[in-house]
Ligand binder design. Structure first.
Ligand SMILES: NC(=O)c1ccc[n+]([C@@H]2O[C@H](COP(=O)([O-])OP(=O)(O)OC[C@H]3O[C@@H](n4cnc5c(N)ncnc54)[C@H](O)[C@@H]3O)[C@@H](O)[C@H]2O)c1
Length: 400
């Protein structure tokens, strides 16, 4: 089947299709994981679960991360993997078919510079970079790159968002859409190796680091170019007294952002990071009604998420709500099953099948909204996105 959009299939169809996921194929592709921290280990786990690729090797600058990866991997796989002492040896290894860049945000650009000569297919974690100029260079590189480059915007594959996109874009259930609202309530940022996520310089800022996922989804849902961005944000509760190596944390823990798009769609995003539990919500309204897509989850070990969609359109079977949580073993495998389908999209592309996974161009648009919002919050001004992009030197790569 040729899929032209990630939302062509509903989450239920996806779950049904991969019920016998182990029969999908053999682990033909060999992956190198660069950075085996929290998400690198999730990729190792999910790649193994999907079973169409296997972990050939890892490279990390931190011995503890490597030990953790070895210990965890041994619990679910009897296969050995290489630990490379340097990046060049890993990426030059002819056995390596594709490379996952799972290092902290501020290192993505440098790591890419070091491995781009390999021409191997790349998966790059989000956000693609911390600076718009670096993201621009990455987009230019991607245009001539011989292999695929997929960004780690796997929230597209969260069941409730897939289904919301399916309703709006595939089924046209709402008619022309008018407003898009998204929100995330969650506990504070987790511990990271060397605490890079507590500092704007290393993360790119909270709205770039965490919220590029949501701006990607809002951009896609609006289906137009962002025109204006206005935001307020601050650091109210989290890490206000946190210091690492003598440096005070400076990251925002809450934000409100409003956007207007060139087709008249109005959107908003709310972030709160001093909540007890995780709650995400997407609301879309159109001529014919409203969609509400939600996810409840927790950082408490052993708890499961619950995803649902409500389509308030006369006569719709999901009018009063539908549970769309992915089933076992997909849901517990990483980001409530989204990472599983992100891997499927990547492997499909390695096999030459069409998939519209996140591109560097889409990653840059998401970063632009996030960065404009951070600029607005810092200055108190409404940001005209095109002027801001031009001032940031992006006029040659973004088409309005
Ligand atoms: N897609 C998602 O939902 C999602 C979720 C979590 C993290 N991420 C992204 O993944 C990346 C990593 O995040 P994390 O949570 O795993 O962080 P982490 O701190 O847990 O792990 C990062 C690892 O990279 C290693 N590292 C640092 N510099 C390196 C270098 N130059 N070469 C090789 N290894 C290096 C560190 O030693 C560490 O082991 C970040 O960009 C983050 O934003 C994405």
């Amino acid at each position: 089947m040729t899929r032209s959009h990630f939302y062509n299939e509903t989450s239920t169809e996806r779950a049904e299709r991969v019920k016998d996921y182990s029969a999908q194929g053999e682990p033909g592709f060999k992956l190198l994981i660069v950075g085996c921290g929290m998400i690198g280990r999730e990729h190792m786990r999910v790649a193994t679960l999907l079973g169409r690729a296997r972990i050939h090797g890892v490279y990390d600058v931190d011995a503890n991360s490597i030990s953790l990866a070895q210990e965890e991997f041994a619990k679910y796989s009897a296969q050995p993997f290489q630990v490379y002492q340097d990046l060049q040896t890993g990426c030059a290894d002819p056995e390596v078919d594709a490379i996952f860049i799972c290092t902290p945000n501020f290192t993505h650009f440098d790591v890419l510079q070091q491995i781009k000569h390999s021409g191997k297919p790349l998966f790059i974690e989000k956000p693609m970079a911390t600076r718009l100029q670096d993201a621009r260079s990455m987009l230019l590189l991607a245009q001539d790159y011989p292999g695929i480059i997929q960004l780690g915007m796997q929230y597209r594959y969260k069941s409730q968002y897939l289904d919301a996109f399916h309703e709006v874009k595939q089924q046209g259930s709402l008619g022309a859409i008018k407003t898009v609202t998204m929100s995330e309530y969650r506990p504070p940022f987790l511990d990271k190796v060397k605490q890079w996520n507590k500092f704007n310089e290393y993360s790119g800022g909270t709205l770039v680091e965490k919220c590029c996922h949501y701006f990607d989804l809002i951009n896609l849902m609006a289906g137009a170019r962002v025109e204006t961005v206005y935001a307020m944000s601050g650091q109210a509760v989290n890490f206000v007294d946190f210091e690492y190596e003598g440096r005070q944390s400076d990251i925002d823990d809450h934000a409100l952002v409003v956007m207007r798009y060139s087709n008249g769609v109005k959107a908003s995003f709310t972030l709160n990071m001093f909540s007890q539990e995780l709650y995400e919500e997407l609301g879309v309204t159109g001529e014919k009604g409203r969609i509400l897509a939600t996810e409840r989850s927790s950082f408490t070990a052993g708890t499961r998420s619950k995803a649902s969609i409500m389509v308030e359109v006369a006569g719709h079977p999901a009018y009063t709500g539908l549970d769309v949580t992915y089933p076992d073993p997909i849901e517990p495998s990483g980001h409530h099953g989204a990472t599983f389908f992100e891997h499927e999209a990547f492997i499909d592309q390695l096999e030459g099948k069409a998939q519209d996974s996140a591109t560097c161009e889409q990653g840059l648009w998401a970063m632009l909204v996030a960065s404009a919002a951070q600029h607005s919050a810092a200055t108190g001004e409404v940001v005209a996105a095109k002027d801001y992009a031009t001032a940031q030197g992006l006029a040659d790569v973004l088409v309005w």
